[in-house]
Design a protein around this ligand. Structure first.
Ligand code: RB5
Length: 150
């Protein structure tokens, strides 16, 4: 069965979202697009919250968010327990976001990457496993902190 994956953006990320959604479909993912549906102005938090909630409660394993810088999407997403939303502006950062930080939400700064760069970031992030070991200890400390504040 295909892995379900979520994708969402504001207006600044809309065009690249459509392109990354196509790439995900071609890679065999079952992609669910949570909007936005046009280049009309939209507020990033309205799209980050529903996606992060579904990753947080385990409905889906992974998601992709896009806005202009990536920052506006990462702020609300990272407020959800178990969500590790990483802004990645090149494949090297995407690789480390998986290997070291076990990121489960990829955030792409759409105003700063081309389609080809966006696809390369996405593919690297999807294909790179978490290294575990000392990095797992560090992730556990994040999890511990968020469970104390739940
Ligand atoms: C929208 O103009 C822009 O502010 C937004 O996409 C994002 O970059 C915010 O962090």
């Amino acid at each position: 069965m295909s892995e379900k994956i979520l994708i969402a953006s504001d207006h600044a990320g809309f065009e690249l979202k459509e392109q990354l959604e196509r790439a995900l479909g071609e890679l065999g993912f079952d992609v669910q697009d949570l909007g936005t549906d046009s280049p009309e102005s939209a507020d990033y938090a309205d799209y980050a919250h529903p996606l992060a909630q579904k990753v947080s409660n385990g409905d889906v394993k992974r998601g992709v968010l896009l806005c202009g810088t990536g920052l506006g999407m990462s702020y609300p997403a990272n407020r959800y327990p178990h969500v590790r939303a990483a802004v990645a502006w090149n494949p090297e950062v995407a690789k480390l976001a998986r290997e070291h930080n076990d990121s489960n939400v990829l955030v792409v700064p759409a105003r700063f990457v081309t389609e080809a760069q966006g696809v390369a970031i996405l593919r690297t992030w999807l294909d790179t496993p978490f290294e575990g070991g000392r990095h797992a200890r560090r992730i556990d400390k994040i999890e511990k902190m968020s469970s104390e504040h739940e």
